[in-house]
Design a protein around this ligand. Sequence first.
Ligand code: GTP
Ligand code: MG
Ligand code: ZN
Length: 290
Amino acid sequence: MIEGVVIKGVASRFTTDTEEGIKECFARGKLKKDGDIRVGDRVLIQKEGKDFVITKVLERKNRLIRPYVANVDLCFIVIAPVPAPDFMLVDKIIVNARMNGITPVIIVNKTDIADERFLNGVENDYNNVAKVLRTSALTGLNKDVILEMSKGKTACLAGQSAVGKSSLMNALLGADKQETGGLSKKTERGRHTTRQSEILKIGDARIIDTCGFSMLELPEDFRPQDLVYYYEEFADYALGCRFRTGCTHVSEPDCAVRKAVNENKISKNRYERYCVLYSELKEKWRKRYE
Ligand SMILES: Nc1nc2c(ncn2[C@@H]2O[C@H](COP(=O)(O)OP(=O)(O)OP(=O)(O)O)[C@@H](O)[C@H]2O)c(=O)[nH]1
Ligand SMILES: [Mg+2]
Ligand SMILES: [Zn+2]
């Protein structure tokens, strides 16, 4: 029996990285049926005849639904001036990451074609939320910082299609390994070029290129009042609310978070999206037994 990390999976074939090198494996019947072997999983494999078979998935540290990966330390949320970012999506990815103990980092890619106004806008909204890093897959800007941050860790690149995840991957690798795609002219949306998550190793960093996505839901059983725990930039102010821990910061009187928003200490955009997300969650919660 040897241990490995799943670096790629297509149908019931998985590529694993083991002490004895890269092994192509099949999944055992039950594991295959559950469909629950993910890129990033630590697994036990066994030789059976001429094939390698995954016999067990070891306990996970964490997992995400989108991207569909396990055991990650860092989530690089990649955005770009084109396609236009969906910041609600960014905020939901941050919540999902934090719920799983994963550090979110915002990567603003394609800075070679971005204007200062766009870049400053993003930095203003997120500088007290997560690390914000400017990159360009084209010029290689800050790829050394990404590599430095990923040392000894597993990181995933996440975000909309065509923001440049695979292009960044290639820049990091220094090789055109990952297929990259353009933007549909008509819709200005991505073409969903990457179809499977894949871990690429650079030194002792494991970085996962993933499929672009534009929809993300918080878990069904997410309690609306818990949302605020994942807005760390609210925390210091929340202590000053009249209702303290009972304040949702949406409509209560003497809310110190709203006051901080009005004083530009918390980003108005982030706060407004928080309110939208909160009311969506509340609506879902209300309807949960229907
Ligand atoms: N100017 C510029 N173009 C970039 C940069 N990074 C990526 N692109 C272009 O953006 C397009 C999409 O890049 P991809 O790397 O395929 O994007 P992706 O995020 O992997 O997309 P999916 O695999 O569909 O999720 C390609 O035409 C790239 O050449 C960049 O830093 N600057
Ligand atoms: Mg891609
Ligand atoms: Zn409040």
